[in-house]
Each structure stands twice: as structure tokens, then as C-alpha cells.
Ligand binder design. Structure first.
Ligand code: URA
Ligand code: SF4
Length: 182
């Protein structure tokens, strides 16, 4: 564990702890407010994120931005990162061994940010953070408190692109996050 951002970031930039290192263009460390009250955790970088080295800058990210704007959540006020920091090939779900290899970096980020709320975007984030037995369909929209942090599981924004009906639920989940903080 590192007590500062620079050392943590450097260690990830050189990381070869799993095979996802072989195809990455850039690591996607995370972005936003390093002292945020709210942290968002996605799955892993896609093609756009891999090229830019930033989380949620592609199609799914743009949809998330629209929800943020509508709800008055500023991207620069929250912290956004992923379960794995390197892009899985063809955007496949990270394997258990890859997520496991990368998870200590995320734990370190959580320790440094000290968020009050963590929004888990989709099944991969939910299962790796709160338990592999949990289903996103059953868990979404319900607060889970663990060691003083409030977790809100919700749909991954990419799921909204495939299923319009999920948009309203995503919106409502983020609304409940916004309301908890004010
Ligand atoms: N999907 C994710 O899970 N994370 C990103 O950063 C982009 C798309
Ligand atoms: Fe290291 Fe994580 Fe990238 Fe794997 S995904 S190489 S563990 S930074």
C-alpha cells in the first residue's frame, strides 16, 4: 500500500501483475477529485479509455455524463475508476485472476480518497467489491453499508445503451446518491 498518489500511480504504470498488461496502450488509473465524497467504480477500460488513459470517455461515459448533468453531479467533484486498470481484449469481462491481481490498487485508491459513498457500476464492480454471490439485478438501487462506506450498486452505463428501460433505474439510483450527500 502507498500513502501517496504519485507512488501508487507509478507502480501501476509499470505493472505486469496480470496478462492484461500485454495489450494496453495506457493504464487507466482514474480521474476526478482525489478527496471526493462519491467514488464510481466501473469494470475496465474500453478502446477509447485505453487510447486516452482516462475512464469513461467513450459512449458509455458520455451517457453517464448526461445523467450527471441532469442531476447536477459534476464529474470533477467525484472520483471515477475501474476494477482493472488495463483494457481487456474485445472488452471482455475481466477474469477473476485479473481482477484479483488489480484489486489492491483499487483498495489503495479507496483508502486515499476516503469516499462516503461508492457507486458500483454493473455486475463486475459489484461482485468484486461486495461478493461474487450478489446479482446486479437483485442488488441495484439498494444501499449496502460496510465498514462506514455506503455502497449503491447500479447498472453499468453500457447496459443502458442496450436496454432503454434501465435508464430510469440508473437515473433514480444516482438521484438517491445525490440526495444522500446533501
Ligand atoms: N466501461 C468501464 O467499465 N469503464 C470505463 O472506463 C469505460 C467503459
Ligand atoms: Fe496490473 Fe491491473 Fe494492468 Fe493487470 S490490469 S497489468 S494487475 S494494472
Amino acid at each position: 500500500m502507498f500513502d501517496n498518489w504519485d507512488d501508487l500511480k507509478k507502480s501501476i504504470e509499470n505493472c505486469k501483475k496480470c496478462k492484461l498488461c500485454t495489450n494496453r496502450t495506457n493504464i487507466v488509473f482514474g480521474s476526478g477529485n482525489k478527496n471526493a465524497d462519491i467514488m464510481f467504480i466501473g469494470e475496465g477500460p474500453g478502446a477509447d479509455e485505453d487510447v486516452q488513459g482516462l475512464p469513461f470517455v467513450g459512449k458509455a461515459g458520455k451517457l453517464m455524463n448526461m445523467a450527471f448533468e441532469g442531476l447536477g453531479i459534476k464529474r470533477e467533484d467525484v472520483y471515477i475508476t475501474n476494477i482493472v486498470k488495463c483494457r481487456p481484449p474485445q472488452n471482455r469481462v475481466p477474469e477473476a485472476n485479473e481482477a484479483e491481481a488489480c484489486l489492491n490498487y483499487l483498495r489503495n485508491q479507496v483508502i486515499l480518497v476516503k469516499p462516503k459513498i461508492i457507486v458500483l457500476l454493473g455486475s463486475t464492480a459489484l461482485k468484486n467489491i461486495l461478493g461474487s454471490d450478489l446479482s446486479i439485478t437483485a442488488s441495484r438501487g439498494k444501499w449496502i453499508e460496510k465498514k462506514g462506506i455506503y455502497y449503491m450498486p447500479t447498472w453499468h452505463p453500457a447496459a443502458l445503451l442496450r436496454d432503454e428501460n434501465k435508464k430510469i433505474e440508473f437515473w433514480n439510483d444516482l438521484k438517491s446518491v445525490k440526495e444522500k450527500i446533501i
